[in-house]
Design a protein around this ligand. Structure first.
Ligand code: SF4
Length: 351
């Protein structure tokens, strides 16, 4: 069981609460060209269907900042504008209706520029994420620590937080990310002990689907199980819908959020009498968009199958050329192998 959640302040990104014991919010980032309003909205709607609660968009130039207004008017999710270097893009994003900004105050330039951004955020009651990333640490910190260590990430965050608090701005969320899992974990652990700002957690540039899922699961799994983290983003070199599904899977594994289908399936072995691997892939695909929380078991034989399947809301235990369909702990019917998929899905949809 996950540890008690670390105490953090509650802030809001649009209507989504972050921190202060709120449900851990799932977010992702679009991978379209933000200037392409139609394609970006299409991706945001797909993310929303998968359960995404906050979406972040890159705003690399003024054209992208201007496109934000058109996106936000039709957007089903609160939008965070991700901005680097140019404070004018931040001001434009706020005026276009962004629900939050992600910047590194340190790379916005002169203090007066940051002060203008802070004033616009205060006027609209919008939060800012201090997004510290190992890949863009200040040069003096890299010189001091020799590499982007956890201490370097924390010092960078604390420096940025002080700049904001000196301006009377406290509507802050923080992330400390590296592609190295131990550094990310250590930085978040130390930060969480010292501060009450809500934490956005994730492993940065985690990689392609397979290795990225593992790195993210290890990093987020450690932090979340210690009660650290108020919102998550799984970062994958893949369709962002997969990031959202992975985030829910991680949260569900720790009993922190419930959404959609958890599939229990055996690894198969010489006792398995059907093509279970193919069947599980089909079950997963058919139930992918189901929002109702449910546990579906797909087991390869009667040795462990019925025992495990009984724990699930619904399940099957296969035998040679057929399977037993369980529901609520009771066998409800014997089904031929060719009908197993449809029968299982039909019963799952009835739950
Ligand atoms: S449930 Fe049966 S088929 Fe699956 S791994 Fe266990 S013994 Fe093998």
């Amino acid at each position: 069981m996950a540890a008690k959640r670390a105490k953090t302040k509650k802030i809001f990104v649009g209507s989504v609460p972050i921190g202060g014991g709120s449900p851990i919010a799932v977010q992702s980032m679009t991978k379209t060209d933000t200037r392409d309003i139609k394609a970006t909205l299409r991706q945001i709607r797909a993310l929303k269907r998968a359960g995404c609660e906050i979406v972040r968009l890159a705003v690399p130039d003024m054209e992208a900042a201007e496109a934000l207004g058109g996106i936000i008017r039709s957007c089903p999710l609160p939008v965070i504008a991700d901005i680097h270097f140019d404070w004018r893009l931040a001001l434009k994003a706020v005026s276009q209706g962004a629900s939050g900004l992600r910047i590194n105050p340190g790379n916005i330039g002169a203090k007066w520029k940051l002060a203008e951004v802070v004033t616009s955020l205060k006027d609209k009651g919008i939060p800012l994420r201090v997004g510290v990333n190992a890949g863009s640490l200040e040069k003096d910190l890299l010189r001091k620590y020799g590499h982007p260590s956890a201490q370097a990430l924390i010092e960078s965050a604390e420096r940025h937080i002080s700049m904001l608090e000196d301006m009377g701005f406290y509507n802050i969320k923080v992330s400390l990310k590296a592609s190295n899992v131990p550094s990310t974990v250590e930085a978040c652990r130390i930060f969480s002990k010292r501060h009450r700002h809500p934490l956005h957690v994730g492993v940065s540039e985690a990689g392609p689907l397979f290795s990225g899922l593992i790195k993210s699961s290890v990093g987020l799994g450690i932090l979340l199980s210690e009660g650290i983290g108020d919102t998550v983003r799984v970062s994958l070199t893949a369709n962002p819908v997969k990031e959202v599904r992975a985030a829910y899977q991680i949260l569900r594994s720790l009993n922190l959020r419930e959404r959609g289908v958890e599939i229990i399936s055996c690894p198969t072995c010489g006792r398995c009498g059907i093509n279970l691997i193919g069947l599980v892939a089909k079950v997963e695909k058919r139930l992918m968009h189901e929002k109702k929380p449910m546990t579906v078991a797909v087991m390869g034989c009667a040795v462990n199958g019925p025992g495990e399947a009984r724990e699930a809301d619904i399940g099957i235990a296969a035998a040679k050329g057929m399977g037993l369909l369980f529901k609520g702990g009771k066998v409800i019917k014997k089904v031929k192998e060719k009908d197993l998929l449809d029968e299982l899905i039909r019963e799952a949809e009835r739950l």
